[in-house]
Ligand binder design. Structure first.
Ligand code: HEM
Length: 219
């Protein structure tokens, strides 16, 4: 006899939605901090103060572990669901043949692809700015380190593409997170859609503006 699945797909979707929304919160806070780079007075004093305060926080390791758990659960469950749905539907072509099925499949594929590129971007980003694996000049202020990374043309391109794809990923993810949480009804769905669009555009434009600004204006 087949046992009940440990995690029903409804619960998995719910957890993907909740972790996704918590990651949205992190991304918004992270962008707010990074935008302090635009305050260039006194050699980026505002950004340096923010970064130093963050580094000095006792709770930072706990927050970092929490973030890692969110990323791992969000990505792990998404892959698990994808794997399960493929296994459950070996006749997938029948679904692909209908127009609606093809559309949903394409949206899901683009969602996965953008997720993979965003993940690659985050890994490079952590290697650069969290672990200093590529750029590791001693004695630089936090803002100088960020500017050094963004001045590298390959990094600037990767940061721009990564930010725009993150926006795309959030554009779809934001709405489906709320759907998984059970938000329904015409009016609420429309509000969530509008907020999702505004949020994802703000995140994409906000993050991508930094490498573009550094490349074009602050060489
Ligand atoms: C122009 C864009 C960005 C800039 C300038 C930037 C800058 C930074 C800086 C300065 C740090 C701190 C490293 C340290 O601990 O010293 C950091 C950490 C981090 N960033 Fe970004 N970031 C950008 C975009 C992004 C995006 C789009 C994401 C996510 C999708 C992201 C995810 C992270 C994560 C997960 C950390 C590690 C947090 C921690 O361990 O404390 N960043 N970033």
């Amino acid at each position: 006899m087949k046992g009940k699945p440990f995690f029903s797909s409804v619960v998995q979707k719910l957890v993907i939605g909740i972790t996704g929304l918590l990651l949205c919160g992190f991304v918004a806070a992270h962008l707010a901090g990074n935008l302090l780079l635009y305050s260039t007075s006194d050699r980026y004093a505002a950004f340096n103060k923010y970064a130093t305060t963050l580094h000095d926080m006792t709770l930072l390791p706990a927050i970092e572990i929490g973030l890692l758990v969110l990323f791992v659960v969000h990505i792990g469950l998404t892959l698990r669901m994808q794997f399960q749905s493929q296994k459950a539907r070996p006749e997938g072509y029948a679904v692909q043949k209908s127009k609606q099925g093809r559309g949903a499949l394409a949206a899901r594929n683009v969602m996965h692809l953008s997720g993979i590129v965003v993940l690659a971007f985050v890994l490079l980003h952590l290697a650069d700015l969290r672990f200093g694996l590529r750029f590791n000049e001693a004695g630089l202020a936090p803002a100088q380190t960020v500017l050094q990374v963004l001045r590298d043309p390959i990094s600037a391109m990767f940061y721009t593409v990564g930010s725009l794809l993150l926006g795309y990923h959030l554009f779809h993810g934001f709405q489906s997170s709320f759907q998984s949480l059970g938000f329904g009804g015409e009016r609420l769905t429309r509000i969530v859609k509008i907020v999702g669009i505004l949020f994802s555009v703000a995140i994409a434009v906000g993050f991508a503006s930094l490498p573009i600004w550094v490349t074009l204006l602050r060489k």
